[in-house]
Design a protein around this ligand. Structure first.
Ligand SMILES: [Zn+2]
Length: 242
């Protein structure tokens, strides 16, 4: 074996090891503190498919924390943790992205056109499946750093979306933020994906990156795991399998 081949093989092996560790990182808690004891007996045949959308990606970082961290990777990390929990519970999960990318069509140039193509492709994925729900994960930002807490946005285009948003808001109060007094918010076409998605859909603003305490929490693995679990509970509540 030539020197280059040996080095190439070593890189491949290290790469695989990293993937295994990453997968393990997302799976580590599933059968310990995450799986509800009441999961036995759930009729998984009637569960909807869950379409998970981690907001932004690639050149589009989304909003940025007070200390310069963009929301895109926080969204992705929460989404991947949630995906593991849902799949372990028996849900079929479909994702719009599973890495730090924009999913625009090949050959599209210019950030504006890429964003438009990315949104269209995300919507196509969301509308590709009957009997589904859509969960879009984002982080919030505001000029005044005092605001914090999760908030759910929904559209009236599917009448079930309001119930999904309420179940999710309540899950955040129950699991994570007992003092959260925020109300679910009805939105229009400005939230393109949840407006045009046909399935019951909710956009989850998990927290404010402009609030230093909340942004610091969202930058820890432990808190992102808790957020993922909270969303998992909200989905189960909505599906009547809590
Ligand atoms: Zn966002």
């Amino acid at each position: 074996m030539s020197k280059t081949k040996i080095v190439g093989t070593m890189i491949l092996v290290v790469g695989y090891l990293l993937v295994f560790f990453a997968a393990d990182n997302y799976n580590f808690s599933l059968f310990n503190d995450v799986m509800p004891t009441s999961s036995a007996g759930v009729d998984r045949g009637r569960l909807p498919a869950v379409i998970l959308d981690a907001g932004h990606g690639g050149a589009d970082g989304g909003c940025v924390s007070y200390n310069g961290v963009p929301e895109k990777n926080i969204n992705l990390d929460i989404m991947l943790r949630l995906k593991c929990m849902l799949e372990a519970y028996g849900y079929e999960v479909i994702v719009t992205r599973d890495k730090d990318v924009s999913i625009h069509d090949e050959g599209v140039t210019g950030l504006g056109a890429q964003k438009k193509s990315d949104m269209k492709n995300r919507l196509d994925i969301m509308n590709s499946r009957e009997n589904a729900i859509v969960i879009s994960i984002h982080q919030n930002q505001f000029t005044d750093p005092k605001y914090s807490g999760a908030q759910m946005f929904y559209s009236a285009t599917n009448p079930e979306s309001e119930r999904l948003a309420s179940a999710m808001q309540q899950a955040f109060v129950n699991e994570l933020q007992p003092d959260n007094k925020r109300e679910t918010k009805l939105s229009g076409k400005e939230l393109y994906l949840i407006y045009f998605a046909k399935a019951p859909s909710v956009m989850i603003e998990c927290g404010f990156l402009s609030n230093p305490q909340e942004a610091d929490l969202l930058q820890t693995e432990d808190y992102r795991k808790k957020v993922a679990f909270t969303i998992f509970k909200g989905i189960n509540e909505y599906c009547g399998v809590a």
